[in-house]
Design a binder for this molecule. Structure first.
Ligand SMILES: NC(=O)c1ccc[n+]([C@@H]2O[C@H](COP(=O)([O-])OP(=O)(O)OC[C@H]3O[C@@H](n4cnc5c(N)ncnc54)[C@H](O)[C@@H]3O)[C@@H](O)[C@H]2O)c1
Ligand SMILES: O=c1ccn([C@@H]2O[C@H](COP(=O)(O)OP(=O)(O)O[C@H]3O[C@H](CO)[C@@H](O)[C@H](O)[C@H]3O)[C@@H](O)[C@H]2O)c(=O)[nH]1
Length: 348
């Protein structure tokens, strides 16, 4: 495989580091990464079908409206953009939906990514940063979770991402395509500058829903999915990682690949776990309002605790979360949701 689009030696120190094609760049994590890439001197072009993304989140480069299931559209995008690297966020990411409609998830996340990898090989683009997930670990017994923990997903979403990790190893062996699979724990928070934030429709994630319960008072109540887990307060524990920290890790991963780094997979988390109750209490304290909630039954497939050991990402990328702790994450999330509420003129 030849790599006609390699940036010239020294490009990394010049005005532009090159161009990143960002699939899923109109979504939550992808848009924050576009912002960080451009700030660091990369050009970005977003490739997104807007099925779950937002046109107003595409602010740092042009949008090519296209589907990763459309191999011809991908080929055209590579011919036009000639990217130096790809950051691949485009995927479907609702665990429950993946259980109900596994075909949709294997098609989009696995077949779509296969199309992307084949387009990269055909176009000679040698490096990829991929959004993987801690859902590939399933329900590990030992905390914190290191990268060598056995990967045994418990839902089709997790399997669809693990299959891609397998593809990445094979595409490196066969074609020399180098990649970093970043296994995020729970992405959370919003751009500290307030330009963009977490917007999913429908919204199923804990933090936006807890904020909605605080903002809407009597109108909406959060359901806590179980308080009988074997955790200190009975509710599930997750490792919430600020989306701006995720963006910095993506930048570090690009730099690592540009320097010739080997294909690898890394956890992105803070190493600290927080329970659902801690999230609710912190939102209530920061918002100065009650978070109306009731306790419901467990959600199928929710492990009691998922906390990262992020030490390998520190060693390989020189990265660590700079905004750990719920106050920083929830403070930025609250500020963004307040802006959204004002923008829409209604509660979100
Ligand atoms: N949010 C999290 O906590 C989290 C955690 C671990 C991993 N991830 C992964 O990170 C990535 C981004 O997650 P997110 O929360 O920003 O999701 P998101 O839904 O906000 O963004 C996904 C983007 O991909 C686009 N997309 C979906 N299918 C597409 C297709 N067939 N062709 C082109 N574009 C398509 C959507 O329109 C959307 O803009 C996903 O791959 C997800 O699996 C997210
Ligand atoms: O209405 C709600 C929503 C969530 N939770 C709980 O809150 C925690 C976090 O849930 P959520 O915000 O839905 O995130 P996850 O289900 O953990 O999934 C996210 O984090 C995963 C990695 O952990 C990623 O793979 C997924 O893409 C991403 O959506 C879990 O314990 C849920 O049981 C509730 O109690 N009530």
């Amino acid at each position: 495989m030849t790599f006609p689009h390699d940036p010239p030696a020294g490009a990394a120190t010049g005005a532009s580091r090159g161009t990143v094609l960002v699939t899923g760049g109109a979504g939550y994590v992808g848009s924050h990464c576009c912002q960080a890439f451009v700030k660091a001197g990369w050009n970005v072009v977003v490739f997104d079908n807007l099925s779950r993304g937002w046109r107003d989140f595409v602010r740092w480069g042009p949008l090519i409206e296209g589907d990763i299931l459309d191999a011809d559209a991908l080929a055209r995008a590579f011919a036009e953009v000639k990217p130096d690297a790809v950051a691949h966020f485009a995927a479907l990411a609702y665990v429950g939906e993946s259980v109900d409609d596994p075909g949709l998830y294997y098609r989009t996340n696995a077949c779509g990514t296969l199309n992307l990898l084949e387009a990269m090989v055909a176009a000679g683009v040698p490096r990829l940063v991929f959004s993987s997930t801690c859902a590939t670990y399933g329900e590990p017994q030992l905390m914190p979770i290191g990268e060598d923990c056995p990967q045994s997903p418990v839902n089709p979403y997790g399997w669809s991402k693990l299959i891609v990790e397998r593809m990445l190893a094979d595409f490196d062996r066969a074609h020399g395509l180098k990649s970093v699979a970043l296994r995020y724990f729970n992405a959370a928070g919003a751009d500290p500058g307030g330009a963009i934030g977490e917007r999913h429709a429908p919204e199923t994630h804990l933090i936006p829903l807890a904020i909605r319960a605080a903002e809407r008072g009597g109108d909406f109540a959060l359901t806590v999915f179980g308080d009988d887990f074997a955790t200190p307060d009975g509710t599930c524990i997750r490792d919430y990682i600020h989306v701006a920290d995720l963006a910095e890790a993506h930048l570090a991963a690009l730099a690592y690949l540009v320097k010739g780094g080997a294909t690898t997979a890394l956890n992105l988390g803070t190493g600290q776990g927080h329970s659902v109750r801690q999230v609710i209490d912190t939102v209530a304290r920061l918002a100065g309002r009650l978070v109306r909630h009731s306790v419901g039954s467990r959600r199928v497939g929710d492990p009691p605790e998922l906390v990262a050991d992020p030490s390998r990402a520190a060693a390989v990328l020189g990265w660590q979360a700079r905004r750990p702790g719920l106050d920083a994450i929830l403070g930025d999330a609250l500020a963004w949701h307040e802006r959204e509420r004002q923008r829409q003129g209604t509660a979100v």
